[in-house]
Write a protein that binds this ligand. Structure first.
Ligand code: ARG
Length: 487
């Protein structure tokens, strides 16, 4: 009980220091966002590239490229203002948070201005108007015709979108299934987990073209049938607002939207070649990054973990508390939460501009260090007490005992567990895909979007992860065997 109280005290202390140090510069926002963009020379546009024909990834000679109407608009804005363009691809439901923490400057992601969103961001003049549609399985056209037919039925939507709202308010007692990404909802529909999906017209058309088993429920009409699409920007940025509106006006006056739509349609055309020639590169890139972040996670995690373990074994109480608090917190909270904390915290709290890849690595290192600290501590404790006693009575100092008697034995306990941790990290690292780190899972989602095939990429991902972890555990068994032999 006392122990727990201590941990809580140390913790509240750590958290309150963190809050006191919140960087006022970042939150004050007294500066027009435009000035920051100009100083940086780069416009950071946030979007969720699961939304053809607005924004999606496709492959050009095996290289992943962004395409779509929103991408073309982003390019135009950057060009009009002599800025470099940086596309930040993330989940749709993370975009508003990203603008508020300063991770991105604007959102061009087929976003509809709504009263709720207007509380957090401003919107440019609209650049498009779109219809809201319901899509279903072709085999169920007789069952689902009008909106009444969907009462009490399961409806799929993308999380935190206008479509989610429409399904909630306009369909009687709908059971709503909200998923983060559009391909996931499409997959739910195809596999019969939901009966219908509320989706915007152009996006529906893009997906229907590639999924012949799906179709429109043509007689479904929504009250909120037409919606506008605009660019979101931080509040109180009149200069930025004006720049955006100027570019949008230009797009309208010169009818550029038609060109953008045409080139989006072009990019959506499936080129020849099989799944692997087209998307192999995405997976290769994913494998490279998964291996990279896992190695960094385990190696640096082991370094910090060793330090934490030493603290935990130390004679000084306060050091023991701090390390216990650290370990308990990291083991007691989901990695997903930690990843978001690092990603948004580094900008919002610390005012640093760190790439998603580095943020992902930092989160993994921190998380691993807690688990590895426990592995090391347990490994050391597992060495028989008599060993220390014997060594000390032979006149060795504490340090000498550790170095030449305890640690060499502890390593035999630690190494296998460390190997297990490595396997775990490879699998867990898939979580950093949520902030846009281009590892296996992230690229799987990219391929789901680019191929309009939600299922095959998942199978490939499963196989790739299995190959990585299986190979690693074979290697481990080999070394474990060697350790035993040397016993
Ligand atoms: N227009 C809808 C909204 O603003 C959906 C936008 C979804 N965009 C995306 N890139 N997935 O709520």
């Amino acid at each position: 009980m006392k122990q727990i109280l201590k941990i809580i005290t140390v913790f509240s202390f750590l958290i309150s220091t963190l809050i006191i140090y919140i960087n006022p510069e970042v939150n004050a926002n007294e500066k027009d966002q435009w000035q920051k963009i100009k100083e940086r020379g780069e416009l950071r546009v946030g979007l969720s590239a699961d939304y053809a024909p607005y924004e999606f990834e496709h492959n050009v000679n095996g290289k992943s490229k962004y395409a779509g109407i929103d991408i073309d608009i982003a390019k135009k804005i950057a060009k009009d203002n002599h800025l470099k363009l940086k596309i930040v691809n993330m989940q749709f439901d993370s975009l508003l948070g990203a603008i508020q923490t300063g991770k991105i400057d604007i959102i061009i992601s087929g976003m509809t201005p709504t009263p709720e969103r207007l509380k957090e961001v401003d919107f440019s003049k609209p650049y498009m108007t779109v219809d809201q549609k319901m899509i279903i399985k072709k085999s169920e056209t007789d069952r689902f015709k009008t909106i009444e037919d969907f009462a009490n039925k399961k409806i799929g939507v993308q999380k935190q979108t206008q479509q989610e709202k429409i399904a909630q308010t306009e369909i009687d007692n709908a059971q709503i299934q909200s998923l983060t990404r559009v391909p996931e909802v499409i997959m739910s529909l195809k596999s019969g987990k939901v009966n219908g999906m509320v989706i915007e017209g152009p996006v529906a058309e893009a997906y229907l073209k590639q999924n012949k088993d799906l179709t429109f429920a043509n007689d479904v009409k929504f009250n909120e049938g037409r919606k506008e699409t605009a660019i979101a920007l931080p509040k109180n940025s009149p200069i930025l607002m004006e720049k955006l509106n100027t570019s949008i006006k230009d797009v309208k006056n010169n009818n550029l939207l038609e060109d953008y739509k045409a080139s989006a349609a072009d990019a959506m055309q499936k080129d020849d070649g099989n799944f692997f020639t087209k998307y192999g590169d995405f997976f290769l890139k994913g494998i490279k990054n998964t291996i990279l972040i896992s190695i960094v996670g385990v190696v640096l995690g082991a370094v910090f973990g060793a330090l934490i373990a030493l603290l935990k074994l130390s004679q000084i109480k306060i050091l023991r508390w701090i390390s216990s608090a650290y370990i308990e917190f990291l083991r007691g909270t989901p990695l997903l939460v930690q990843v978001f904390l690092v990603y948004f915290g580094t900008t919002a709290v610390l005012g640093l501009d760190i790439s998603a890849l580095i943020c992902g690595m930092i989160a993994l290192v921190i998380n691993c260090s807690a688990y590895i600290a426990e592995i090391i501590r347990a490994g050391i404790n597992a060495v028989d007490k008599g060993q220390t006693e014997a060594a000390r009575s032979l006149g060795l100092t504490y340090g000498q005992t550790m170095k030449s008697v305890i640690l060499p034995q502890a390593v035999k306990n630690i190494l296998p567990a460390l190997g297990n941790e490595f396997v775990t990290v490879i699998k867990e690292s898939s979580i950093v895909s949520v902030i846009g780190v281009s590892e296996i899972m992230f690229n799987t989602q990219v391929v789901q979007g680019a191929s309009f095939d939600p299922f095959t990429p998942l199978i490939v991902a499963a196989i790739l992860y299995f190959i990585l972890t299986f190979t690693l555990s074979r290697v481990m068994y080999f070394f474990e065997g060697r350790l035993k032999v040397s016993d």
